[in-house]
Design a protein around this ligand. Structure first.
Ligand code: PEP
Length: 243
């Protein structure tokens, strides 16, 4: 199971100390858990140093569509992220989709893959789209346009994150989630002849709902925002997922 901690724009230099218990926990449960921390750019180096002797991996939360160097003020490229020592990058998170369309996201994924980063590719429908029965068409469009010209999905993990569930405390029904994960799997099979991609769920995962979420077929892990910034709660989620 994958447990990806998306810290968004949270954390100070001192927050690195809050990894201690997770590092010890990851060592005991090594075989079952893939823990990936995605802190803001400013903390990546200290997170990398702190987790050096553990099996915790580090990722960035986004990258530019140009893979190398260039005159793009405020931007960070996949080459720079790789150079730091990261192995992962989140692309297409709904909080970044306000300034990135599917085409841009596709270019970012290609840029990340060209630097041999693993991509956590986020997709998900908005509440209005769900209400209008557009979930499947939105997911299909995001998948097909986001993965255009990409045939090898070995280094891509899909994260299904309904936008209305992020930070709201509300999660999809078991039935809806099962259906949507199956739809994502089927779409990848038909369009990319791919049956192996890992699929994560993201949106208000917490210690109370993790056991129910673990019952959903074909979920390979979770992308966790708010709850991942508190190490006690993050560990609690992981513990409940295996017990
Ligand atoms: C996220 O930001 O990807 C996320 C899932 O957030 P939260 O867990 O806080 O809903």
């Amino acid at each position: 199971m994958y447990f990806v901690a998306n810290w968004k724009m949270f954390g100070s230099i001192k927050s690195v100390n809050s990894l201690k218990k997770v590092i010890s926990y990851s060592k005991i449960k090594k075989r079952k858990l893939n823990i990936i921390y995605c802190p803001p750019y400013t903390l990546i180096k200290s997170f990398l140093d702190k987790t050096k002797n553990s099996n915790i991996k580090i990722g960035a939360q986004d990258c530019h569509s140009h893979s190398k160097y260039g005159p793009f003020t405020g931007a960070v490229s996949s080459k720079m992220i790789k150079d730091l020592g990261c192995e992962f990058v989140i692309i297409g998170h709904s909080e970044t989709r306000t300034i990135n369309n599917n085409k841009k996201i596709n270019l970012k994924i290609q840029a990340a893959l060209s630097e041999k980063l693993n991509v956590i590719f986020c997709i998900g429908e908005k509440l209005i789209e769900k209400k209008n029965n557009k979930t499947k068409s939105v997911l299909k469009k995001q998948l097909l346009e986001g993965l255009k010209n990409i045939n090898n999905l070995n280094n891509i993990i899909i994260a299904y994150e309904p936008v209305w569930s992020i930070g709201s405390g509300i999660i999809p029904t078991q039935n809806d989630l099962t259906k949507n994960i199956k739809f994502i799997k089927d779409t990848l099979k038909i369009s990319k002849n791919n049956t192996k991609s890992k699929i994560l769920y993201g949106g208000s995962v917490n210690p109370k709902n993790i056991k129910n979420l673990m019952r959903i077929n074909n979920i390979n892990g979770f992308l966790i925002g708010g709850a991942s910034t508190n190490e006690k709660i993050f560990i609690d989620i992981m513990k409940k997922s295996i017990n």
